[in-house]
Design a protein around this ligand. Structure first.
Ligand code: URP
Ligand code: ZN
Ligand code: ZN
Length: 473
């Protein structure tokens, strides 16, 4: 099958130009002005924007947590991603079973038949034994070239600094990237215990017991550990605080191979949202901070200190006692109500996999803060480069997968739960007026979304074997 996308305004991380794209089967065959070719299908993209499919480097689908599970599985979450212009997502494998391999096999068994877009996996390392140390290099054969370690969630996910150092050293020696959850688990535990003991159980205490300073020192500590591990590449996930950006800038200026990711929720919301009656909707870890933190994160995106925008999509129902209709069926999954009387029992996480690109386009590009090329770099090309998928993903180069999002820059929508395919009962951006919206999405040459209609199916997404020794930006 050949498809000609004609006369679109192509936006890549590097340039903007009017050109045609010829797709043959799953790949981009040619890109150029006025291609003289016959194609089986022609898509007139004049006046429209044509970009590589978005890559979300940070999602949690079907993740068990706090006695429930994140409410999007690998089908519903990835379908929602596609409606927002994202064609590849990177999900995390929890380390629950004895060997890494068993965890990966189990995770793929549930993800592969459901995948609606292409996806890859990061491996959480939350328990380090000599066997696990030996197994980490084997991840490359599974196509996994990044591991996540945690400085918080004591007794559950956290590794001690020495263990993090060891993971980083092994990762560096085998071309893997270490991803860091930067918070101070010890301080959090003390503050949480004190808050509960004095009857402070409302959602705002989620933020008040996870101070920004802990995140800030954890970024510097992580960078220092990475350097002691021989200059191990490091990626700070879900950056949320101004001081983290300062630390990242500082270590990057020193030449350390450290990169950063932030997420839309940290750009738009603050801990004030947790004080609302429905504040549990905004509970995620790390928490949202202050307006000054929002501003510094925006600066970090604009000046290149931060490399990617992910979502940390980890949705829960706000009221999991009430069913919602999803694809013609009633669905109800326990959610934020589990923590009605105790903030420590509110499942941590938010929806965002579909929202990311439309919300960022309006507020970053349409409003003139970032260029369209920066938008593509931050949301597609940089994640592809950093996570060993480039140029197959994140580019519009001949030979790349034909993962393409086509936007109408003039389309205006009132965004919110009614437009969202995320399987939850609320949307953080309810009622936001957006200008510019994805109208057509191709996954490896197959049109899967067009004008609000889903043309895809579960299982069409392909697992991505990612390259080790990926680029350090
Ligand atoms: O609240 C969040 N972000 N839940 C997901 C776990 C994590 O640390 O990314
Ligand atoms: Zn995390
Ligand atoms: Zn996460």
């Amino acid at each position: 099958m050949t498809i000609l996308i004609k006369s679109g305004t192509l936006i890549t991380a590097e340039e903007t130009k009017v050109a045609d794209i010829l797709i043959e089967d799953e790949k981009i065959l040619a890109v150029g002005a006025d291609l003289e070719v016959e194609a089986q299908q022609v898509y007139d993209a004049s006046g429209l924007l044509v970009m590589p499919g978005g890559i979300d480097p940070h999602v949690h689908l079907d993740l068990p947590m706090f006695g429930t599970v994140s409410s999007d599985d690998h089908y519903t979450g990835q379908k929602a991603a596609a409606f927002g212009g994202t064609t590849t997502v990177l999900d995390f494998v929890p380390q629950d079973l004895p060997t890494l391999r068993e965890n990966i096999t189990t995770w793929r068994q549930k993800a592969d038949p459901r995948a609606a877009v292409d996806y890859g996996l990061h491996m959480n390392i939350t328990r380090l034994t000599s066997e696990i140390k030996q197994e980490i290099p084997e991840l490359v054969k599974e196509g996994i070239t990044s591991v996540k370690v945690f400085m918080a969630y004591n007794g559950r996910l956290r590794l001690m600094d020495g263990e993090i150092f060891e993971v980083m050293r092994i990762a560096k020696n085998h071309g893997l990237l270490t991803m860091l959850h930067a918070e101070n688990g010890d301080v959090i535990d003390i503050l949480v215990a004190e808050a509960l003991a004095s009857g402070k159980t409302s959602p705002e205490w989620h933020a008040r017991t996870r101070p920004a300073e802990g995140a800030v020192e954890a970024v510097l500590r992580g960078a220092a550990l990475a350097m002691q591990a021989g200059g191990a590449p490091l990626y700070i996930v879900h950056m949320n605080a101004a001081g983290e950006v300062d630390q990242l800038k500082y270590v990057r200026q020193k030449g350390y191979p450290v990169m950063g990711e932030t997420c839309p929720q940290y750009l738009f919301f603050t801990e004030e949202h947790l004080k609302r009656e429905d504040g549990a909707k905004w509970v995620c870890s790390p928490p949202m901070r202050q307006v000054s933190d929002n501003m510094r994160l925006w600066e970090g995106l604009a000046d290149g200190t931060i490399q990617t925008i992910g979502t940390d999509h980890c949705p829960f129902f706000y009221n999991g006692e009430q069913a919602i209709m999803y694809e013609g069926k009633w669905v109800k999954i326990p959610g934020k109500e589990l923590g009605r009387d105790d903030f420590t029992k509110i499942p941590n996480g938010l929806p965002g996999i579909q929202d990311r690109l439309p919300v960022m386009w309006t507020n970053a590009v349409h409003n003139g803060y970032l260029t369209a090329n920066q938008f593509v770099a931050l949301t597609s090309t940089n994640p592809a480069r950093i996570f060993g998928l480039y140029p197959k993903k994140g580019s519009l180069l001949p030979g790349a997968d034909a993962d393409i999002q086509i936007w109408d820059p003039k389309r205006e929508v009132e965004y919110g739960v009614a437009l969202s395919h995320q399987r939850t009962d609320y949307n953080l951006y309810e009622g936001w007026h957006l200008v510019g919206y994805p109208i057509t999405v191709y996954l490896r040459g197959k049109q899967i979304v067009h004008e609000g209609e889903w043309k895809g199916q579960a299982g069409q997404g392909k697992y991505q074997y990612r390259e080790p020794y990926a680029q350090i930006l």
